[in-house]
Ligand binder design. Sequence first.
Ligand code: HAM
Length: 420
Amino acid sequence: MQVKAPRGTYDVLPPDSQKWQYIEQVIQETARLFGYSEIRTPIFEHTELFERGVGETTDIVTKEMYTFQDKSNRSLTLRPEGTASCVRALIEHSVYGGLMPVKWYYSGPMFRYDRPQTGRFRQFHQSGAEVFGSNSPYLDAEVIMFLVQILSNLGLRDYELHLNSVGCPLCRESYRQKLIDHISPVKEKLCIDCQSRYEKNPLRVLDCKVESCHQAIAGFPYIYDSLCDDCQEHYILVKATLEDSGINYLHDNNLVRGLDYYTNTAFEIHIPSIGAQSAVGGGGRYNGLVKACGGPDIPGIGFALGMERLLLALDSLPDREEPNSKLDVFLAVLDEKYDNQAMQVLDRLRKAKIMVDRDYTGRSMKAQMKYADKLGARIVILMGEDEVNRGCFTVRNMSSREQLEVQTEQLIPAIIDILT
Ligand code: HAM
């Protein structure tokens, strides 16, 4: 029987892997400009971390976690997201005792057991950022500016930034009651999922994608109208800073996010052209999470971008350039007795940061030239008896078709001259 990759997972083969490297590089570079440093955490954690961190009423914890017992009967879970792990690391290493705020970014695989479809996988990849130690609304703005800058550096412009405030536990409590009063008479009209969501966390009904649920709750009270003075002022400052920075947003009364830890600012980035799973990223403030996970009372805020969805968006750009996989130099070895010497030449060129390859399958001279062409080599170096006896190489510029003879010690400068 042929073994295939598990459902909802996939391989990234060349040349697609170059697109991944490109996105990761853009994120790293943008993170550096914004003053974020990389954190790497394990891909599995104690299950309890996500139960407490992500929230026991969320879809992630109730339905989607890859949880298993290890050989010592510990309950472990493949991480479904990165925020809880960052919070754990912050507390475990007492990082909050040092310079504040702590600004981290991360990239890596996440795991959620859900029905796979375009843009939704069971192993998917996120790049995200988390900041701890400041409740400044200007930091909320910075985090959103960071996210928007990544999109813009990737050449993605057709996105929508949805923004809302879900308030603090105080204003949310009074809002929750208003929402329950509004929904309870129409409870039976909600989808099955929403009927159980309503019991555990009525706010989650607001971002249900089922149209009949939207209709059933029409006219629902907005959380915005229940915000306390502090939360309202915070939200107004975030919006004003974004406006002054030229960042467009849509205030979205339905946006509550699917994870339990959010307080105040919540946001999502949608690119409608990529299909039903249009959310390429989301995030928000989570001021109670560090404390809930056993740490001090320290505020936090962050976001995560879904890499697969970013790739979908990049692929749908009309003027997208394909990654450049061209080879600088191909070394054609015309007699196997020079195989060993050829390896020294490859080594010298690579140490001089020149990208070079050769044949290892015994191709004829003609077949090596064809192979070099297929690899997109810009230069072919010929190494045959004649060249070796005279201590030189024949260097062929594949675009101009010019050919010159170069002494061994002049090889690297001659190649650099053609390449630049
Ligand atoms: P999230 O909204 O659950 O937030 O996920 C963030 C992004 O990950 C989504 O917008 C989507 O692009 C991508 N994503 C989620 N699930 C899948 C999936 N099954 N397949 C493909 N892509 C997926 C979080 O995870 C929060 N930790 C974000 C955050 C950081 N909030 C504060 N800090």
